[in-house]
Design a protein around this ligand. Structure first.
Ligand SMILES: Cc1ncc(COP(=O)(O)O)c(C=O)c1O
Length: 323
């Protein structure tokens, strides 16, 4: 009779890194190493021959498209950041839509009825639940202090067993952020971004998974919502981007649109580090396109669990010097 041998449990020795035990936010979704690889997983599994992508998104999404040699076509978005579909969607093509800043869940619901092969990129919408039957992926590092990790909702799993990722060499920016501050870890953060390029699809690393299992998600979501609502209350009249505040989700950032092309620079000089979504958009578009304007003028104000209303007030006062 075939006997399975189980490695004996080790006992004693030094104390291991102590992480709070708990539950992941999406324990029933497929765990993968990166968001872009979650897209690759979908493309492989569904065998699509073409993908429609927004001009306004991150270029790393082209990694799987190029790897699998799939045709792609860019589409534009309107002032509500919703797709302008003035073309025929090919029957075997899929259509990727980004949940911009985590506030486009209603648009996703609408699109799910209109588009046959919709793929939702919830990299900016961690707290937006996947819709039944809609292939949806998440990238964890945009919301939490992990270097990688993704979740994927898809009805059918790939047949092959995936290798398990290792994050051991991707933690330096996260560790430095605690001992030396965010700025000291920034170059390591950029190196980590580079290290995530062109990796094969793997299962999420055990370390990332353990960290994700220890997060107090209810608290993170509550703080984000509170901070977002506070900023919106004070900024909506100045904000050129007009939108409905989603009732039951916690966005990634507060999107503030102004015609001041240098506002991001002013804030960065005051040590409010606002990212550009996305630098590649300047290469993909010309200066007359709306996406080009968005990449230049949409300011993504941080609202995450690190900050309270006092911090929001502080940021608001700095912002008000320029608007
Ligand atoms: C909108 C968007 N989707 C997907 C990704 C890819 O996520 P990951 O870095 O986990 O592959 C990114 C950024 O990297 C992104 O900004």
């Amino acid at each position: 009779m075939h006997k399975t041998t189980i490695a004996p449990k080790t006992m004693g020795g030094y104390c291991e890194l102590q992480l709070t035990p708990g539950k992941e936010y999406y324990p029933h979704l497929i765990r993968l190493n990166t968001g872009r690889n979650a897209l690759e997983y979908i493309l492989r599994q569904k065998g699509y021959t073409k993908i429609y992508l927004p001009y306004f998104t991150c270029d790393v999404l082209l990694e799987p498209v190029k790897k699998l040699d799939i045709a792609h076509q860019f589409y534009s978005i309107n002032e509500q950041l919703e797709p302008v579909i003035d073309f025929e969607i090919e029957p075997n093509a899929c259509f990727l839509y980004t949940n911009y800043f985590g506030i486009k869940q209603e648009a996703i619901k609408k699109l799910s009825h209109q588009i046959k092969h919709l793929i939702v990129d919830n990299s900016q919408g961690f707290f937006s639940e996947p819709l039944p039957g809609i292939d949806t992926f998440y990238s964890c590092r945009k919301f939490f202090g992990v270097p990688d990790g993704a979740y994927l909702r898809i009805s059918k799993k790939l047949n092959k067993k995936l290798p398990v990722d290792s994050s051991l060499n991707r933690f330096s920016h996260l560790i430095k952020s605690i001992e030396l501050g965010i700025e000291a870890g920034y170059s390591d953060y950029k190196a980590n971004n580079d290290a995530l390029i062109n990796n094969e699809i793997k299962t999420m690393s055990p370390l990332t998974q353990r960290i994700l299992a220890g997060i107090d998600y209810a608290d993170c979501a509550r703080i984000r919502k509170l901070n977002f609502d506070f900023l919106h209350k004070h900024l909506q009249l100045h904000n050129l981007f007009k939108f409905e505040v989603p009732a039951d989700t916690s966005p990634m950032v507060y999107p503030f649109l102004s015609n001041d092309r240098d506002l991001k620079l002013h804030l960065i000089q005051k040590k409010i580090f606002v990212a550009t979504y996305w630098p590649n958009v300047f290469e993909w578009t010309n200066s007359k396109m709306y996406e080009n304007y968005l990449a230049r003028c949409m300011v993504a104000l941080p609202i995450d669990h690190r900050y309270n209303l006092q911090d929001m007030f502080f940021m608001l006062n700095i912002l008000k010097q320029f608007i």
